[in-house]
Design a protein around this ligand. Structure first.
Ligand SMILES: Cc1ncc(COP(=O)(O)O)c(C=O)c1O
Length: 419
C-alpha cells in the first residue's frame, strides 16, 4: 500500500512540475531533428552480441556487420566465465572512486597487463575511453602553471574534441585531417608554449584510414612534442601483433600516450584506459577528473579484461583470423564492382555517395538477413554517403559469402556496381 502511494506521488511530482516552456521548446527541437532526417532510432537486439544476432521485428537471425566486435569476443564463453568468477571473488562493485576505497588487486593487475601489452610504464583505467579522452588534456599538465598547446586532427573522435574543450587555458589548435604540412605550421606557431601535445585517432572510424603516425612522431621529435594516439579502433587486432595503429606504422616505441577502449575488440563490455610514461600516468591520478570523481570499473569487466589480455599476450590467432576475413571481403567486394575505400582495416566503407541510396541499400540488406547501416551527412561529409561494413574474426567464410552475395544482389538492383 505504502509503496503504491509513493509510486503515485513520484509520478505526479514528475508530471506536474515539468516546466511548460522547457517542454514546448524541447518538443519543437525534437521535431526539427525529425524533419532534418537525422533522427537516430535504436534497433532492439534480443540475443547476445555476435556475428549472428536476433533483432526485434525480423523473423530469423541476421548476420551482424556493424558492430565493433572485431575479435568476436563479445560473447566469448571464456570471457563470460571470467566475468562471473570475478563477481564471485570480488563482488559487484566498489561503491567508490579509485582513490577513496575503489582500488582492488585486480585493477592493479589489469593496469600492469595493459602496460606490458603496450610496452609502456603504467596505465590508468577509466569507465570508458570517452572518459579517458575527457580527462587527459586538462589532467596531463596544469595549464594554469604551464603554457600548453594541444594540436588535434580535424577528424578526431568527439571524445577527444570534448576533452580538449575541457582543457581550460590550453591553446587549442586544429590541423587539417592527416595534413602534415599544416601540423608542422601549427607546431611552429606553438613554439612559444611550454608543452605541446599532438593528438590523433590511430584509425579514423568513418573511413578506416590510418593516421600517418610515423610522420607525426618525426615532427614531434623535431618540435619537442608529446604524441597521443587513440587506438580504440585498433587495440588488440591492428598491426602485426595487434598493438594498434602505432605498431602498424612501426612507431610503438615513439608514441608517448595511448588511449583506448575495452568496449570494442577487447570483449565489448565497457571501460577505457590511458597507458604511457609513469610520470604522465602519476599526474592523471592526481588531476584527471573522470578518474577522481567517477566510480571505479566494475570487477566483472576487470576480470573479463584480464582474460582478454591473457589471450592477446599469448597468441595472435584471433587478429590473424580477422586479417584473413578482412582481406577476403575486401577482395571479393572490389572484384564484384563496388567502390570501396582502399586500406587494410576491417572498417570497410562501401561508397554509395547519396544518403537516400545508402539508407535504402541498408533496408534491402536487412530484408536479406544482413544487418548493416547507411551513413550520410552530417555523420560523413555531404556527397560521401556509404554503408560502413565492419568485419569480425567471428564471421565464418559462409557468413562472409552470404553478405557478399546479398551486397551483389542489392548492388545490381540499385545499379551501383562498376562494369
Ligand atoms: C576513436 C574513439 N575514441 C573513443 C571512443 C569512446 O570509447 P568508449 O565507448 O569506451 O567510451 C570511441 C567510441 O566510439 C572511438 O571510436
Amino acid at each position: 500500500m505504502l509503496s503504491n502511494f509513493l509510486q503515485k506521488q513520484q509520478y505526479n511530482y514528475v508530471r506536474n512540475f515539468t516546466s511548460k516552456s522547457a517542454e514546448r521548446i524541447v518538443k519543437q527541437q525534437l521535431q526539427e531533428i525529425r524533419n532534418a532526417g537525422t533522427w537516430k532510432a535504436e534497433r532492439i537486439i534480443n540475443t547476445q552480441q555476435s556475428a549472428s544476432i536476433g533483432v526485434e521485428g525480423t523473423w530469423n537471425k541476421v548476420l551482424n556487420f556493424c558492430a565493433n566486435n572485431y575479435l568476436g569476443l563479445s560473447n566469448s564463453p571464456e570471457l563470460m566465465q571470467a566475468a562471473k568468477d570475478t563477481i564471485d571473488s570480488h563482488g559487484l562493485g566498489l561503491s567508490s572512486v579509485r582513490f577513496i576505497c575503489g582500488t582492488q588487486n585486480i585493477h592493479k593487475k589489469l593496469e600492469n597487463m595493459i602496460a606490458k601489452f603496450h610496452r609502456m610504464e603504467d596505465t590508468i583505467l577509466y569507465s570508458s575511453c570517452f572518459d579517458a579522452n575527457g580527462g587527459l588534456f586538462e589532467g596531463f599538465v596544469d595549464p594554469v602553471k604551464s603554457k600548453v598547446a594541444i594540436l588535434s586532427d580535424a577528424l578526431n573522435h568527439a571524445s577527444i574534441i570534448d576533452g580538449i574543450r575541457l582543457s581550460g587555458k590550453a591553446r587549442k589548435m586544429r590541423y587539417n585531417h592527416i595534413d602534415m604540412q599544416d601540423l608542422e605550421n601549427k607546431l611552429i606557431e606553438a613554439q612559444d608554449q611550454d608543452v605541446r601535445i599532438i593528438t590523433t585517432d590511430g584509425v579514423f572510424s568513418m573511413d578506416g584510414d590510418v593516421a600517418p603516425i610515423e610522420k607525426i612522431c618525426d615532427l614531434a621529435e623535431r618540435y619537442d612534442s608529446v604524441v597521443m594516439v587513440d587506438e580504440s579502433h585498433a587495440t588488440g587486432f591492428f598491426g602485426k601483433t595487434g598493438r594498434g595503429a602505432s605498431e602498424f606504422c612501426n612507431v610503438l616505441d615513439r608514441v608517448d600516450i595511448i588511449n583506448s577502449t575495452l568496449g570494442k575488440a577487447l570483449g565489448g563490455s565497457s571501460g577505457g584506459f590511458t597507458v604511457g610514461k609513469k610520470c604522465y600516468i602519476d599526474m592523471l591520478r592526481q588531476r584527471s577528473r573522470p578518474y577522481l570523481f567517477s566510480n571505479t570499473l566494475a570487477p566483472a569487466v576487470v576480470g573479463a579484461s584480464i582474460k582478454v589480455f591473457d589471450i592477446l599476450l599469448k597468441s595472435t590467432e584471433l587478429r590473424d583470423q580477422l586479417e584473413k576475413n578482412t582481406l577476403y571481403f575486401r577482395e571479393k567486394m572490389t572484384k564484384a564492382g563496388f567502390d570501396i575505400l582502399a586500406g587494410e582495416h576491417p572498417i570497410i566503407p562501401i561508397m554509395l555517395y547519396e544518403g537516400k541510396l545508402a539508407n535504402e541499400f541498408a533496408d534491402e540488406m536487412l530484408k536479406r538477413g544482413i544487418y548493416v547501416i547507411g551513413f550520410s551527412y552530417p555523420v560523413v561529409p555531404k556527397g560521401e554517403a556509404r554503408i560502413r561494413v565492419q568485419i569480425s574474426a567471428g564471421h565464418t567464410k559462409e557468413q562472409l559469402d552470404k553478405a557478399i552475395d546479398a551486397f551483389v544482389e542489392v548492388g545490381k538492383l540499385k545499379g551501383c556496381l562498376k562494369k
